[in-house]
Ligand binder design. Structure first.
Ligand SMILES: [Zn+2]
Length: 287
């Protein structure tokens, strides 16, 4: 059964608003006469209104400043993009040049994680007893490995999002809620985490550069035809990689079809999509 996290086990987090902190000579002065030397990851773009000082699972302290968002507009691209989570790819898009293959960060770390899991299991303290030094050490190693994967995912997501946002004025993306998928396998969970990180990066990057990012409800995206929007009568089996429309005869790779459905559902004009080869070009050769 799930248990409540005790307060003493929770990670420390402290919030300071305007009057609770001050920056002077690059150092952070907190209420109560605490002075912290900060290692800045980047320059603050504006005067911060608050700061959250917190400790992560590795025991490192961070300060996260709230500053008014500043939009950095990009020149118009004249193109739109539809994005869907793929099976073979983290993101399948209506433009072949913007598909994002699985980076496999989670898979590469899996062996290591499994080893730390076993280490923790061996050293696990008896109920009601504090963890031993070895146990805490193993837990820290595991947290470190997890964090590394999360950072790699965020980095890959940001690089991809940057490219997508630069090349498109509007992007339609599935409003992905990972909990419905992949409840079992590790590979599935890793894929979900990568998709989640990618979507987050896209939404963030879109906001930063003033692009139009539209979230699309994911229901039936694999059943609808991206060409004529007719809904198939049956759910496509997962192994079936091609979508064939019984109404208009369009044939396209399954994920590409879904990406196009996103575009249409978001109210964007598919004619503005890249590779603007109309769907007709993918019709049956036999027809
Ligand atoms: Zn159709």
């Amino acid at each position: 059964m799930p248990t409540h996290k005790k307060k003493r086990e929770a990670l420390a987090t402290l919030n300071y608003t305007k009057r609770g902190f001050r920056l002077r000579d690059g150092r952070l002065h907190l209420a109560g006469g605490i002075v912290v030397t900060v290692v800045w990851s980047r320059k603050l773009p504006a005067e911060p209104s608050s700061v959250r000082v917190y400790r992560d699972s590795l025991g490192h302290w961070y300060g996260s400043f709230v500053v008014p968002a500043e939009v950095q507009p990009l020149p118009g691209a004249g193109r739109v993009l539809g994005v869907d989570r793929g099976v073979k790819e983290t993101a399948t898009t209506t433009s072949d040049a913007h598909d994002l293959p699985h980076a496999g960060h989670g898979r590469k770390a899996q062996k290591r994680l499994a080893r730390y899991d076993r280490m923790m299991a061996r050293r696990r303290p008896k109920k009601g007893q504090p963890g031993s030094r070895g146990y805490r050490e193993a837990r820290k190693l595991r947290a470190k490995a997890c964090k590394k994967v999360a950072r790699q995912r965020a980095d890959t997501g940001r690089k991809w999002a940057k490219k997508v946002v630069r090349d498109h004025d509007a992007v339609a993306v599935e409003d992905f809620r990972p909990k419905f998928l992949a409840k079992t396998t590790m590979a599935g969970k890793a894929a979900d985490a990568a998709i989640g990180a990618t979507k987050r990066a896209l939404v963030e990057m879109g906001r930063k550069h003033g692009r139009d990012i539209r979230l699309v409800h994911p229901a039936h995206t694999t059943m609808d035809c991206g060409n004529c929007m007719t809904r198939a009568k049956h759910v496509l089996p997962l192994g079936e990689r091609t979508y064939t429309c019984t109404a208009c005869g369009a044939v396209s790779p399954r994920d590409k079809n879904s990406a196009r459905v996103m575009l249409v559902r978001a109210g964007l004009n598919p004619a503005g999509a890249d590779g603007a080869r109309p769907f007709g070009a993918l019709l049956h050769e036999a027809a």
